[in-house]
Design a protein around this ligand. Structure first.
Ligand code: S3P
Length: 435
């Protein structure tokens, strides 16, 4: 079923059971495509995420001269070997994809042609100076429009690598700097709080000299040599919906195989276990430098917790699900230090507050998060604010609601998880298009 319809109706269901795989990781797919596109040689990328966000990276990389053969489940990319010339100035539309735009800002700011970067109405409101400012210190010539897209990037003679210190725990900011730094000459260091390290891992797979400890990354620019083939693990952020679904539903049990388990992405699992969740991880292995494994989640009795600050960055995309889990826990769950949620595909603090209130759950709102008090979810109509993760979280609430849940504006589920409805319905949900 396509998610082109704006509204989806999830009937009140009490069970989720099954063994599944989820589509390829979105963050890793972007990096595999972008880094293969500026590397030397041919790379086959298997199990990439074939979604509209990832298509934005494919379009951008074709525009800078990479040759990309696109199949349903694999890509074959012939990179441009860090060539700085596309033969023309380019205009790119990144749709809803903040990751694609921000990572490509790093690459595009090192070129000898100009580019203009725009997005859809959500992306066009998201902050870009956090990325352009460090790049400008590296010699890049970038102008944003009041901190937002369109972003105008002019040709540059040469990127200059300098050390950076960054306060925001953002993988997109550091990745953009690292990608620009590939076009400079000198070794440089970025000091930054920990965030997902897929760029560092992928650059290592392409032979780049990169080392890191908890709070800093040091890179020496070098030629990037294709490793030949990359396997993208299942997206833990997509798996998260079914992990929480199994935990919340009565007699639920879901196993997810071949899913990415990078420790900088699995903070939500630690939070759920703190809340009392029954989650077991088996058969860990490393594929292309990334930890991959199988995971089983079962129905569990949950208790409210104060989410620790150090787990916020590694659970940032799953915090809406922690809020939903909190609504089904005994007592109060507190999610604070999460102001970054305000600048995601929607203001996710505001979106989740409105969702919980529509469901009849008590909440307190703060600038940097919220408290959620366990209660009963009443079947209701929810606005997803065009945000894929908010839409899927609201649909999942039908597993615990006392009536059907109608979710408006669901098209953007296609940005990260086009097969969500099919997978969810196969393991016990009942989601249909609704007028
Ligand atoms: C992402 C980084 C995170 C995350 C986003 C994907 C990435 O954003 O929320 O969905 O792939 O680098 P920030 O870098 O802004 O934290």
């Amino acid at each position: 079923m396509k998610t082109e319809s704006i509204n989806l109706l999830a009937s009140s269901q009490k069970q989720m059971n099954g063994c599944i795989e989820v589509p390829g990781d979105k963050s890793i797919s972007h990096r595999a495509i972008i880094i293969s596109s500026i590397a030397k040689g041919e790379t086959q990328i298997d199990h990439y995420l074939n979604s509209t966000d990832v298509h934005a990276s494919i379009r951008a990389c074709r525009a800078i001269g990479a040759r990309i053969e696109q199949n349903d489940d694999s890509l074959v990319i012939n990179g441009n070997d860090r060539s700085r010339s596309s033969g023309k100035d380019i205009e790119l539309n990144f749709g809803n994809s903040g990751t694609s735009m921000r990572l490509m800002m790093g690459v595009l700011s090192a070129q000898n042609f100009s580019s203009v970067l725009e997005g859809d109405s959500s992306l066009n409101q998201r902050p870009m100076n956090r990325v352009s400012q460090p790049l400008i210190k590296m010699n890049a010539d970038i102008i944003t429009t009041d901190d937002t897209p369109p972003v105008h990037i002019a040709p540059v003679k040469k990127i200059k690598n300098v050390n950076h210190s960054e306060d925001v725990a953002s993988a997109q900011i550091k990745s953009s700097i690292l990608l620009a730094g590939l076009y400079g000459d000198d070794t440089f260091t970025i000091k930054t709080p920990p965030s997902r390290d897929h760029t560092e891992i992928m650059l290592g797979e392409f032979g780049c000299k990169i080392s890191k400890d908890l709070e800093s990354i040091t890179m020496t620019p070098s030629e990037l040599l294709s490793p030949g083939q990359i396997d993208v693990p299942g997206d833990i952020s997509s798996a998260a919906f079914f992990i929480v679904g199994a935990i919340l539903s009565k007699d639920g049990q879901v196993t997810i195989n071949n899913v990415g388990l990078n420790p900088l992405r699995t903070g939500f699992i630690k939070i759920l276990i703190m809340m009392g969740a029954n989650i077991v991880i088996t058969e860990n292995r490393k594929i292309n430098g990334e930890l991959v494994g199988n995971l089983t989640a079962k129905s569990s009795k949950l208790y409210g917790v104060d989410v620790p600050k150090h787990l916020i960055a590694s659970s940032i995309d799953e915090l809406p699900l922690i809020v939903l889990a909190g609504s089904q826990a005994d007592g109060k769950t507190s999610v604070r230090n999460a102001e970054e949620l305000r600048v995601k595909e929607s203001d996710r603090i505001s979106s989740m507050i409105k969702m919980m209130q529509a469901f009849g759950i008590s909440v307190d709102e703060y600038d940097d998060g919220m408290n959620i008090y366990g209660g009963t979810i009443t079947g209701s109509t929810i606005n997803s604010f065009g945000d894929h993760r908010i839409a899927m979280t609201a649909l999942l609430a039908s597993l615990v609601s006392d009536g059907d849940v109608l979710v408006q504006d669901c098209k953007n589920i296609d940005t990260s998880f086009p097969s969500f409805i099919k997978v969810a319905n196969n393991i016990g949900m009942d989601i249909k298009e609704h007028a």
